[in-house]
Design a protein around this ligand. Structure first.
Ligand SMILES: *Cc1c(COP(=O)(O)O)cnc(C)c1O
Length: 465
């Protein structure tokens, strides 16, 4: 990316490319008939050589770092905890749980070691077991599906609506069988899923609904926080998430008996609340240990103070950026459902249409955008056909619990085909991360300009290949 000395040939090439760029004015209004002037201000940086081809990047500035830690305001309680020597679960964890429950508007909250285990605990305490089927969207993180396999249940994949990137309720019912026990709607990328339609289907078929809100802190549908629509909601506080603790997770629900069981389960099955028996009888339930530490809770409480303001900033910047790039040919930003009143924007996704970029591959587009100082990625690969599934199906447990037919991997992959998801994963999705949305309007302009610069000079990237 250096602008160091270059050969005479390269010098000529660069200058001729620049000249060509100027003639071809890479504005998106290039389709306007030749004599008319572009209606938007001329931006010379868009005509400079692409950074991937050795030019100056649109942006050299750092993006906001994540997580954000402010010693002045964030360290007091954490230091008190560390100096107290009370590090295992006690009052600060309870305080964090009370605050998270209040923040999302749930009756109860239990913190656990991570979002993956929040989902495992929730599935187990709704008695999802071997032989059951659980519906999951194809477009998600492995952390949604691994918990299903951990319970011994069978994940069944539902295709997505490519406009929203979310589980498509219209594809849901066809995948329900007599073995279906639960649905895990995932508010993937921090954009709320169509809960209204999913809840109606769940009700009709008497299915448990466990929301995976691991990317969707403070997202809302009709002013109600996600994670509170289903029977339970699960959150992650892993380092990259919008509320970061390093590792951590939570289950929220209004169901007291279920939450008591979750608490007991997360503490070896020892008595808690309605999980009680004869005094002195000891451990009551099959459980494990998933307790959060006091210092993790202190970090969570510190960062929770900023979450609402940060979420507002992400929403404002996302709306601004979306408006700025929506008119670019070949760039189709996410769509939100009509009842969404706030998103979390753990990621800012858009679809890239190669044919509008003169056939430029997404791979090269992502490299070119990153080279311009706008880090981005292609996002998820299809989860419905990866080897981890076959590995589970070959295990002793699965072979005991399912008929041979159900474990034929090739047939499983066919049954679980999700063509929309394949297209999004393999060809179209491009992501920007949430920390970038904590920047300024100018930062958003940089993103839009970099995309437009690549659009205008796509032919040069093709010539390179
Ligand atoms: C992060 C994440 C998980 C798992 O959370 P961890 O805390 O990392 O275990 C589950 N589902 C989704 C959609 C996630 O993004």
């Amino acid at each position: 990316m250096k602008n160091g000395p270059f050969s005479r040939r390269e010098f000529i090439k660069r200058n001729s490319l620049t000249g060509l760029g100027a003639v071809l004015a890479p504005s998106v209004l290039a389709s306007v008939p030749a004599p008319s002037l572009p209606t938007k201000p001329f931006s010379s940086s868009l005509n400079e050589p692409l950074a991937l081809l050795g030019g100056k990047p649109i942006r050299a500035k750092q993006w906001p770092v994540w997580p954000i830690w402010k010693p002045e305001t964030d360290e007091k309680q954490l230091l008190e905890v560390i100096r107290s020597g009370i590090w295992s679960r006690a009052g600060v964890v309870t305080e964090f749980e009370a605050q998270w429950a209040a923040t999302v508007g749930a009756k109860r909250c239990l913190s656990v070691v991570n979002g993956t285990n929040a989902l495992i605990a929730a599935l187990a305490q709704f008695d999802v077991r071997g032989g059951d089927e659980v519906l999951v969207p194809a477009y998600t993180f492995i952390g949604t599906v691994a918990p299903v396999l951990a319970t011994g249940a069978m994940p069944v994949f539902v295709d997505i609506d490519p406009e929203t990137f979310q589980m498509d309720p219209a594809k849901l019912e066809a995948r329900i069988t007599p073995r279906t026990r639960a649905i895990i709607p995932v508010h993937i990328l921090g954009l709320p899923v169509d809960m209204k339609s999913i809840l109606a289907i769940a009700k009709k078929h008497n299915l448990v609904v466990i929301e995976d809100a691991c990317q969707a802190h403070l997202a809302e549908i009709n002013h109600q926080k996600v994670g509170t629509f289903g029977d339970a909601g699960c959150f992650s506080f892993q380092n990259s998430k919008n509320l970061a603790i390093g590792e951590g997770g939570a289950i929220v629900s209004n169901n007291d008996a279920f939450m008591d069981r979750c608490f007991s389960y997360h503490n070896y099955g020892n008595p808690y609340g309605t999980v009680s028996g004869v005094i002195g009888i000891g451990t009551l339930m099959q459980g494990t240990k998933l307790r959060l530490t006091e210092y993790q809770a202190a970090i969570g409480l510190a960062l929770l103070k900023r979450l609402d303001a940060e979420t507002t900033t992400r929403n404002e910047n996302a709306a601004y950026l979306k408006a700025k790039i929506s008119h670019l040919p070949g760039i189709v930003p996410y769509k939100l459902y009509d009842d969404v009143t706030r998103a979390a924007f753990h990621l800012f996704p858009f679809r890239f249409h190669q044919e509008k970029f003169k056939g430029l591959s997404r791979e090269t587009f992502v490299k070119a955008l990153t080279a311009e100082g706008i880090p981005c990625s292609k996002g998820y690969a299809p989860l419905n056909k990866m080897p981890y599934l076959d590995d589970a199906f070959k295990s002793k447990n699965y072979r005991k619990m399912y008929p041979k037919e159900a474990l034929d991997f090739k047939k499983y992959v066919e049954r679980n085909a999700c063509p929309q998801n394949d297209r999004i994963c393999n060809e179209e999705a491009v992501w920007l991360t949430q920390n970038m949305l904590l920047g300024t309007r100018q930062d958003m302009d940089d993103i839009a300009n970099a995309i437009e610069k690549i659009y205008g000079q796509a032919d040069k990237l093709l010539a390179q290949k």
